[in-house]
Ligand binder design. Sequence first.
Ligand code: GUN
Ligand code: ZN
Length: 436
Amino acid sequence: MNTRASSGEILVGQTIGFSGNPLTEGPGTARHDARGAVLIKDGKIAEVGNADDLRRAHPEADVTDYGDRLILPGFVDAHLHYPQTAIIASWGKRLIDWLNSYTFPEEIRLSDPAYARQIAGRFFDLSLGHGTTTVASFCTVSPVSVTAFFEEAEARGLCAIGGKTCMDRNAPEALTDTAQSAYDDSKALLETWHGRGRLSYAVTPRFAPTSTREQLEALGALWAEFPDCPMQTHLSEQTDEVTWVAELFPEARDYLDVYEQTGLLGRGGLYGHAIHLTERERRRLLEEGGALIHCPTSNTFIGSGLFDMGGLAAEGQIIGLATDTGGGSSFSMLRTMAAAYEIGQLRGTPLHPSALLWLATEGSARALRLEHRVGTLAPGTDADIVVLDLASTPAIAQRAAEANDIWEAVFPTIMMGDDRAVHDVRIAGKRWQAGA
Ligand code: GUN
Ligand code: ZN
């Protein structure tokens, strides 16, 4: 059913909202309503509250009753590579070999506009099928892949961030640009797509090893011209990579310093992985307000290391959560939350389900500076919503049946859920239908 423009639609189900950050302030910041409701009007969330209250206040609105299913903001995936959709789950390599063996050959294929459109469409449908309504994605070096990404996002009405990956060394020739062409092509794409409808453009140097200092400086200059754009890159994912960066940039104090010296450290900066950080890097990230994007399925899959969620959150870092498709091994933010929990366990910091849900929604939205638009159920934000079935498989259902509270009810879905748990997805209020 489409939302009627005048009287709106009330979604009824369980709801969870947050008055603070449960990662740092604890689960007391979460509000659970077993019979909650969300009023959608004109594609936006108009009100949130108790179902009986909302129905009484808006008797003219259509009602969709989801029973005891859980209504959440659509998931926000803060770092991924849509061009790697078709090579997800490729066996047996660590980062640099994985890039050379699987990633770069596939990314070359997306210079073909028809293939890029096919993969972009496939990616968004997979992602939406897993309940993710906003992504921040790297595209390839080819502008064609950026056009495909934004056209497919726009066709689905999505709030999405994308950017042309820039590389001018240490990559196949078919995937390299130059400092000047990276600047020129990025700027042209930015001017076409940034702020068009629900779309945003991210300045996107892949990572320090595949750019010369000249290219990083050119992109730093571009970001300075458009500071409200995000800037996305990778930081300290594997120890071999950190060593390589030190060899390539001997004048830099550490990995982050390469970005710092080239104008690529600041608010709106999205630093994927950020595992092997020095004290100086942590301090500078905190001072400058860069966001660390945790990609847990990728970190275990490629063998990168264990993100220090407990320590980084406690010191006040901005942290988002992401699949890192296709280094990550799942399109699902449920599976991603599960992996974050498992890594937390290995580091002695078990993450509460409220913190995991917050990271996958509001936390990632805050990292992307989109929290005024997506990632919460707050009135005035866009009605991007996922409705979860908390008993989607027999294994989950039998555990959830024993739950004593909402957290015990939702945690089995976090740990064992996948796209079967996604009962409904709304994009600006409208129901998403696969293939429609
Ligand atoms: N570092 C540079 N490029 C990539 C990439 O595509 N995936 C991951 N996981 N790390 C990277
Ligand atoms: Zn990545």
